[in-house]
Design a protein around this ligand. Structure first.
Ligand SMILES: O=C(O)CCC(=O)C(=O)O
Ligand SMILES: [Mn+2]
Length: 200
């Protein structure tokens, strides 16, 4: 299903993972991925990021993320199977995956675009969710932050339900930012796998 947005290419598949397999997959990923608590440096201070992460990929790819360098762990068989299913379904290729574990509603990812140079000019990100449903927001970036003339204030909200796949492609990262806002609603844990293609 296409989600209409100007200057973005968004495809959403709510039932990508079979209903009966969602909990099994969540439990498996929760128990088996190499979750770590990463820190970033903000104004010279180390700060724990508000979620756990794990990075997997082809032959020890290095990836820079907010000043962190992460070395990819080799694919597990579950991850490799998921990657192949997503590749067949979308027609895109991926060589790495950043996993996020949101332990509860206070875990979050702030506004950002996945526009690091090593992701190329039109990054394709396939984002698979299992576990608790969380809101995913997108908002347009200003074309020129010094200009008073702001872009149309467009915001999109997508409920990333368990078993869903969201694909962001084309100029999405160039013109839009996204986030998973913190919520006070009671939330169980959620795992999100973001498959990517890192170029050298
Ligand atoms: O958890 C999500 O759905 C988004 C994660 C994300 O934006 C990222 O890892 O870059
Ligand atoms: Mn992102």
């Amino acid at each position: 299903m296409k989600i209409a947005a100007q200057d973005a290419e968004l495809d959403f598949y709510p039932d990508f993972i079979d209903r009966k397999l969602r909990q099994v997959l969540f439990d498996q990923l929760y128990a088996s991925l190499a979750w770590q608590q990463d820190e970033i440096v903000v104004y010279g201070k180390s700060v724990a990021i508000p979620r756990l992460q794990a990075w997997y990929g082809d032959n020890q790819l290095a990836y820079q993320y907010s000043g962190l360098t992460m070395i990819a762990k080799p694919w597990t068989s579950t991850l490799l199977t998921l990657k192949q299913e997503i590749e067949q379904h979308t027609g895109y290729r991926f060589n790495s995956m950043l996993a996020n574990l949101y332990r509860d509603g206070s875990d979050t990812v702030g506004w950002h675009s996945d526009d690091e140079p090593e992701l190329g000019s039109e990054p394709v990100i396939a984002s698979l969710s299992v576990g608790a449903e969380r809101e995913f927001q997108l908002k347009r970036r200003y074309k020129d932050k010094h200009s008073k003339e702001k872009q149309i204030n467009e915001k999109i909200s997508i409920n990333l339900t368990s078993g869903s796949l969201l694909v962001m492609a084309g100029s999405t990262q160039k013109y839009w930012q996204h986030c998973i806002p913190r919520t006070k609603k009671p939330k169980a844990a959620r795992i999100n796998l973001t498959f990517r293609y890192v170029c050298f």
